[in-house]
Design a protein around this ligand. Sequence first.
Ligand code: XMP
Length: 519
Amino acid sequence: LVLVVDFGAQYAQLIARRVREARVYSEIVPHTMPVSEMLARGPKAIILSGGPSSVYAEGAPAIDTAVFTAGTPVFGMCYGFQLMARGLGGEVAPTGAREYGRTAVTVSDGGTLLGDIPAAHTVWMSHGDSVVAAPAGFDVLASTPDTPVAAFEDVERGLAGVQWHPEVLHTEHGQKVLEHFLVDIAHCRQTWTMVNIVDEQVDKIRAQIGERGKAICGLSGGVDSAVAAAIVQRAIGDRLTCVYVDHGLMRKGETEQIERDFVAATGAELVVVDAEKQFLDALAGVTDPEEKRKIIGREFIRTFEAAEAEVLGDAVTGEHADSVAFLVQGTLYPDVVESGGGAGTSNIKSHHNVGGLPDDLEFELVEPLRTLFKDEVRLVGEQLGLPGEIVWRHPFPGPGLGIRIIGEVTRERLDILREADAIAREELTRSGLDRTIWQMPVVLLADVRSVGVQGDGRTYGHPVVLRPVTSEDAMTADWARLPYDLMERISTRITNEVREINRVTVDITSKPPGTIEWE
Ligand code: XMP
């Protein structure tokens, strides 16, 4: 275990991911955690992240200097580097020069940390203060035009640091520097793999659910819930029931993927609730986006709770009346960190008003992905043999195609959109761009018609909009510059193969100001 101490910048998550990419398990802890508590967890090393402050600023986040003398190796990056310098008697000062972004570093003496790294290379910096004198006992390894001490180490004591951000993409050799620290200075073993994750989680879940407990998991068609369910299935077999609500708003082939491929890959017990009619009836005549979302959300909860009551009925009223009911959720590590959560599991109170379950039934949550990043979840999914379409699926909104039809949602319109969307996805996959494109919604402008010509005849059909975007987290996005020939293939095929569509357009709005979805 390596602990990454978060000093309040957005870099801690990235550092934790990079450490895991080096096959060493890592977790993030807040800088407010007492050092004794950190050490009690027995970390092989501690990494101090960057942070937004100056170490001299009033109220600047600090750390007890005991962290440097406890015998556990420590690596400081950026702000963490300065904390280490100052904490051990070095000197940090505002040099007047601020370095932001790409900076040239000169390695003078590579030492252990920068051993085989080119003498001149480019790194990513973001700091106002600089270390002007290293603490006693440290070797200075590198400098920049404005920073005399840009990297140092004291291998004997297991301490090292760099002024730059080795974790960001733009830093050359960043991963190598990190690995030198982890392996050559802290002597961590590189054993963290996806197989370990699965085995560990299976043991944990068995211990949590016990011999008799029953669990339920809602499948959405996406990767998180599918991987979470597959792990729990490994742990407790058919005491897990997966529930998939088919609301009729899924894309072509997705329900089959769950019904057929997911079940074949995992052997999981699956209940499919065919609720298409119920959802479409509730959506009839509705055009307002917010109203659509509300209706879909409401119907979803109703349907899921009814199914849940049926599945778990005897867990609370039958022969196992004393056993707890568990709800499996695909919560990821970034959600846990962002909500300030640490270890342990939380309880939610489910608001049951359907299906005869007692009002106060408490679910205990099972969250097998709580320690994982999205890319790790995908690797675990592959490890568990889940279908590639599920493992690599693009994000897809809960309300499904219901919010990709501009206008009233009807079965006929859904079928038209499903066909167009399937063609667009097929061509995108064939072009090999699936993993560079974040998402490519296809939107049907169902209330718009335009004139076209096809063969000898005049057409009066609907347009669809392609919305290809690149993004890292969906908070911001840019429109993706798809190759012209790909757009051409998509356009030709859709207008030829989907009779009701006679125009294909591309949305070239970034987010902001546009959102990714149209509704
Ligand atoms: P917007 O349209 O707000 O979408 O830019 C950002 C991301 O969220 C997805 N999205 C949803 N996901 N339920 C979901 O689970 C929803 O109601 C929902 N609305 C939007 C969208 O696909 C994009 O990835």
